[in-house]
Design a protein around this ligand. Structure first.
Ligand SMILES: Cc1cc2nc3c(=O)[nH]c(=O)nc-3n(C[C@H](O)[C@H](O)[C@H](O)COP(=O)(O)OP(=O)(O)OC[C@H]3O[C@@H](n4cnc5c(N)ncnc54)[C@H](O)[C@@H]3O)c2cc1C
Length: 491
């Protein structure tokens, strides 16, 4: 057994919890004694992951699902014994719409695979004119951009697919994920795969087709997953399973513990000891610290140690959003089908997207009700969030009535506001991350993770948390030592 080492993780969202899980996993494998403490300033675990259960209604205040193509989310659920709780979206009602010209149009299925046969479906949807369609179909002939440019998402999509396809479909689909403004978003930081496909194949369509051809068929033993998956009783179960497992394995979990400052003192040669000062004036010492807090919180904590890192972190803007969940009697909404709709910026609406939650996941509301969830806010559209709940709900209902004819009183309503919640990877984001890594690397054992850096989705946060755990292990126990112990452990 080695001398025990202490690692403190600041922030109990999915990034912090996944980091702690991975730390414990790696320490156990290498037979290292780890004291792990997780500090969360709020009163609950999970950060943006918040599930509400009211009678038979299950709502998600923040994320409602995660991408199954990114393996980290599925893997973590499996390790936590939640594999049998994973649910696909309802295959029978699979359809989404886009609002254009004040009317809903069907979105061609599998749109983001950009396979040319989708062009026919576009034609039927009436979304694009002949010229818009022809321009989109010419994507394979558009020369690639310079590999050195950090191009905006808007410029890239317009250049490759034309203005119509961008404004009417791709902007709400892709920028909407970030509640962002495509003109400011860095393509390479938000959709690196499109950048790679263009560079490798000269065209997204060609690249997608090549990838499809060479795809390894899924092994028959594994359950088939839809593009997005969730947990039967809500994503809050992932948080509960994580905190239970961490506590069982000896981690100390403290809510209501806000870290207000970090001090550094020299410890052993080339090693630092970190003192974390909490809101009540108490302090905690650790050889390793993982900041899994939003970038603007980490900026304040790091500024006294490295003003450069503080300044770089300040340059990661966050957008504010809100979700409004409403349950309507099904008799009032019988014509509604599909999964919901997205709204292009050019439509100038307050609602930026709506999900028919109980059609996507049928057991989330009683069968005689339609549970809807509307998204508002985002970059450039945040003023509406200043309205009180009543006015906000009235505005959302007005738009639902105008767009899809939902009238009448909802039986249940819930408003969740998310201030400074969605990090924006604006132009230059990746360069700033490189500089940030260089500035923070002066402090071995101090590591940053979270949605602010290398992916906002839940699987991205889990993957980045595991990478952060590995880095802090290397710093705290020493690379060679750790590598040797890993080898011994696995031989
Ligand atoms: C409305 C909405 C919908 C979304 N939908 C999806 C979706 O469907 N699928 C998907 O994959 N992703 C979705 N996302 C994105 C995803 O939910 C987030 O990116 C992710 O949950 C962020 O996790 P995190 O741990 O990095 O940050 P957070 O969840 O923000 O956690 C950070 C934690 O740090 C704590 N903290 C802050 N300051 C301190 C301090 N000084 N001391 C101690 N603790 C502190 C905070 O209280 C918080 O709990 C959505 C996000 C939002 C807002």
């Amino acid at each position: 057994m080695t001398r025990p080492r202490t690692v403190v993780i600041v922030g109990g969202g999915i990034s912090g919890l996944a980091t702690a899980f991975s730390l414990q996993e790696q320490a156990t494998k290498a037979d290292l004694t780890l004291r792990c403490t997780i500090l969360e300033s709020g009163s609950d675990w999970g950060g943006k992951i918040v599930t509400h259960r009211v009678g038979e209604i299950i709502t998600e205040a923040g994320p409602d699902s995660f991408l199954s193509q990114k393996q980290a989310g599925l893997d973590l659920c499996t390790k936590l014994g939640l594999a049998d709780q994973l649910i696909n979206t309802n295959e029978t009602g699979k359809k989404a719409c886009v609002l254009y010209g004040g009317r809903l149009h069907d979105l061609p299925e599998g749109l983001l695979s950009f396979i040319p046969k989708q062009l026919g479906a576009f034609l039927h949807s009436g979304l694009l004119s002949w010229t818009g369609l022809a321009r989109m179909g010419l994507e394979f002939a558009v020369p690639p951009g310079s590999p050195r440019d950090d191009e905006s998402l808007a410029s890239f999509l317009r250049r490759r697919f034309g203005v119509q396809a961008f404004e009417r479909v791709l902007e709400p689909l892709m920028a909407g994920i970030y509640a962002g403004d495509a003109e400011q978003m860095s393509l390479r930081a938000t959709f690196p795969r499109f950048f790679e496909l263009e560079q490798q194949h000269g065209s997204i369509v060609r690249g997608m087709m090549a990838a499809k051809k060479s795809a390894v068929p899924m092994s028959t033993g594994r359950p088939r997953r839809t593009m997005f998956v969730s947990l039967k009783h809500g994503l809050g179960d992932l948080v509960t399973a994580l905190t239970n497992r961490l506590a069982q394995q000896g981690a100390e979990l403290r809510v209501g513990a806000r870290v207000e400052a970090i001090r550094v003192r020299s410890h052993e040669l080339g090693r630092w000891m970190y003192d974390l000062i909490l809101h009540d004036g108490s302090a905690l010492s650790a050889e390793g610290v993982v900041l899994a807090t939003p970038a603007y919180v980490s900026a304040e904590l790091l500024r006294p140690l490295t003003p450069i890192a503080g300044g770089l972190l300040d340059m990661i803007p966050y957008a504010s959003t809100a979700t409004v969940a409403m349950a309507f009697p099904r008799t009032m909404t019988s014509a509604i089908d599909g999964f919901g709709f997205i709204v292009p910026r050019t439509e100038q609406r307050d609602v930026i997207a709506a999900t028919w939650t109980s059609l996507k996941w049928p057991h989330r509301a009683p069968a005689d009700q339609l549970l809807a969830r509307c998204y508002i806010g985002g970059v450039g559209r945040e003023d509406i969030l200043q309205l009180d709940d009543e006015t906000l709900v009235a505005k959302v209902r007005e738009e639902l009535a105008a767009v899809c004819g939902i009238k009448g009183e909802p039986r249940y309503t819930e408003v969740n506001r998310w201030w400074k919640a969605m990090p924006q990877y604006t132009l230059g984001h990746l360069d700033r991350l490189t500089q940030l890594d260089a500035a923070v690397s002066r402090y071995p054992g101090l590591v940053l993770t979270g949605a602010g850096y290398r992916g906002v989705g839940i699987p991205d946060c889990i993957r980045d948390g595991a990478a952060a755990a590995e880095r802090v292990m290397q710093d705290v126990w020493g690379g060679t030592n750790l590598a040797r112990r890993h080898t011994v452990g696995t031989s």
